[in-house]
Ligand binder design. Sequence first.
Ligand code: SAM
Length: 220
Amino acid sequence: MGAAAHLGIKQGEYDRAIATLIPHYSELLDGAAAAVDAVARLTPAVVDLGTGSGTLAQRILKVRPKARLIGIDADATMLAAASKRLRGKIQTIEENFEDILIPRCDVVSASFSLHHIPTGRRKAAVYKRCFAALRPGGMFVSADCYLAANKPMQKRHRDAWLAHLKKHHSARKAETFLRTWAREDVYFTLDREVELLKEAGFSVEVTFRRDSFAVIAGLR
Ligand SMILES: C[S@@+](CC[C@H](N)C(=O)[O-])C[C@H]1O[C@@H](n2cnc3c(N)ncnc32)[C@H](O)[C@@H]1O
């Protein structure tokens, strides 16, 4: 299934629709890009997993204008949008990021793509491959939904997400979005994600947290 169909929106509407679906979307991506400033190299190779239409890659280019960008995504339509957005300043690879050998790099980034990995075991494997691909001093950074540690906080966060959706969509559609994504996407607690990254070898910081959304950065 393509990215737009998965989100329940029409192809071509992604860039307009995404901020109506994800609260704090812009802040989260800005936060992920800002974290890249901690990478010393001024000409880093950046591999963006599930790059989609290249929104995070574009922000990283503002922080490191001489970065060499590589966007990996399974959806050719999204990659075409990324190439257009970045006017060719991104090398695109149409592949499953769980299978591909991640190229040697200084940054592995991701935004709202790694929740497509269905199990903790497979996520741990991806994190280990990210660590292996990174040069010493390199960074893994991901912006995504990470669950709270307990049920009452998880409920508060779900209510906040629902309230955001209802600002832009009918109440019925908002509920349907969350129910559908809950069946298709896999979210772990923030604590578990930090643990998985530490197990892969990273030194981990949570650089942004709002409701169930966060930016996690791991230094190699
Ligand atoms: C919700 S979109 C996020 C896109 C972009 N990073 C953003 O922040 O707007 C998720 C993207 O991950 C891609 N994706 C999901 N699972 C993938 C996989 N296993 N391999 C490659 N791409 C994948 C989808 O095709 C889609 O473009």
